[in-house]
Design a protein around this ligand. Structure first.
Ligand SMILES: Nc1ncnc2c1ncn2[C@@H]1O[C@H](COP(=O)(O)OP(=O)(O)O)[C@@H](O)[C@H]1O
Ligand SMILES: [Mg+2]
Length: 379
């Protein structure tokens, strides 16, 4: 009896074991088939992306990114394509094998910075006149367009902020976006022409499309000179490409209404090389110079950036402020941050005069080094 029981037990345990093994076997088989399909993916050649130019009953004319066009077959599985669609082409005979269903919005939002900034006018030191100007030509028309209609004048569609780097141009643009609760769409001119070769003009188009969708909105273009500089000749294809992007930008600017709720703010520290086409009436026709801070400005900017810091009462403010005479807003901010680091390194929570003096020296040195590097570059 005993042995029969034992035998049954053993058999039972084998059944469990074999169940486990089958389970494991199944898993392994699944893994193999997964790996096989991975390997297959590596074996299949890459597909080309092209654009449908035109369609006949059975064929399509597609354009490849290199500009060449071909008359090609369309695979039966591909339905509903129209001119303008992006499609995938098989490499050998360029048969259209699939449609690229990419969401346009997704595309452009990937390439621009889109935000609702929180910068208040009180975060800006100095620049009183500039702030008044911007309130008048950007803020007021966005908040009270009916006022302009009644009086019968047209506000500018956009403005150009120019002046040395680090003086608060971006800050001003963000502040007006905040005060008007506008979406802030930021693009950098040099990136537009360098990163998106062949796509610049299309991207510009989509950026303005996005701006209209998100309105009220402000399109902010930093380093506008990279896009809109007066060129002596447009010989190379790269330059022609920049020219095309610029033309698209002008067309978009001309295309929307002055009283709409999309505004454009351009920004440059090289206004001397700007193509005058950009500042023609009806375009970015209000030019606002943003200079470095004067004495009061320096004081205000210093106060703004130290407002959350604890300063030792014995600091001779006049003395330290004088040492920042030629500093830009960005450099004054750097001094404040660096002072904080010097205090932390000495295990203090309070900033003392020495921290600030050391920070000023450090920022000056960095400035000098930068100056030398630039000289070398042009050397
Ligand atoms: N007038 C200013 N008031 C307060 N902070 C400033 C001012 N100018 C510059 N800054 C500080 O320097 C940083 C960089 O300035 P930014 O607006 O980008 O300069 P720009 O666009 O003119 O090169 C800002 O984020 C801000 O912290
Ligand atoms: Mg800036």
């Amino acid at each position: 009896m005993k042995s029969k029981e034992n035998l049954e037990k053993t058999m039972f345990s084998y059944t469990i074991d074999s169940n486990g093994l089958e389970e494991e076997n199944k898993l392994l088989r699944e893994t193999i088939s997964q790996l096989k399909s991975e390997v297959d993916k590596f074996k299949t050649p890459a597909l080309l992306v092209g654009e449908i130019m035109d369609l006949t009953e059975e064929n399509a004319i597609v354009r490849l990114p290199n500009g060449n066009s071909f008359l090609v077959e369309i695979s039966n599985s591909v339905k509903n394509i129209k001119p303008g669609d992006s499609v995938l082409l098989e490499q050998k005979n360029l048969t259209v094998v699939d449609k690229v269903t990419k969401s346009k919005k997704f595309n452009v939002e990937q390439f621009v910075i889109l935000e609702k900034p929180k910068v208040s006018w009180s975060d800006i030191g100095g620049l009183k006149e500039q702030i008044e100007d911007i309130k008048e030509v950007i803020e007021l028309p966005l908040i009270k367009p009916e006022l302009f209609k009644k009086v019968g004048i047209q506000p500018p569609k956009g403005i150009l902020l120019y002046g040395p780097p680090g003086t608060g141009k971006t800050l001003l643009a963000k502040a007006v976006a905040s005060s008007t609760h506008s979406a802030f769409i930021e693009i950098v001119g040099s990136e537009l022409v360098q990163k998106f070769i062949g796509e610049g003009a299309k991207l510009v188009k989509e950026i303005f499309q996005l701006a209209r969708e998100k309105a009220p909105s402000i399109v902010f273009i930093d380093e506008l000179d990279a896009l809109a500089s007066k060129r002596i000749d447009i010989g190379t294809s790269g330059e022609r490409e920049v020219q095309r992007t610029f033309m698209q930008f002008l067309a978009e600017l001309d295309g929307f209404k002055p009283l709409g709720n999309v505004k454009v703010i351009g920004c440059t520290n090289r206004e001397d090389i700007l193509d005058p086409a950009i500042i023609r009436p009806g375009r970015l026709d209000r030019l606002i110079m943003v200079p470095g801070p004067d004495e009061d400005g320096i004081r205000e900017i210093f106060k703004i950036h130290t407002r959350n810091m604890t300063l030792d009462k014995r600091i001779d403010l006049d003395k330290v402020l004088k040492k920042m005479k030629e500093f830009s807003g960005a450099e004054i901010k750097a001094v404040c941050t660096e002072s904080g680091y010097f205090a932390i390194r000495s295990n203090r929570k309070k900033i003392i005069e020495e921290d600030i003096l050391k920070a000023i020296k450090k920022v000056m040195k960095e400035e000098e080094k930068l100056g030398k590097d630039i000289l070398k570059m042009y050397g």
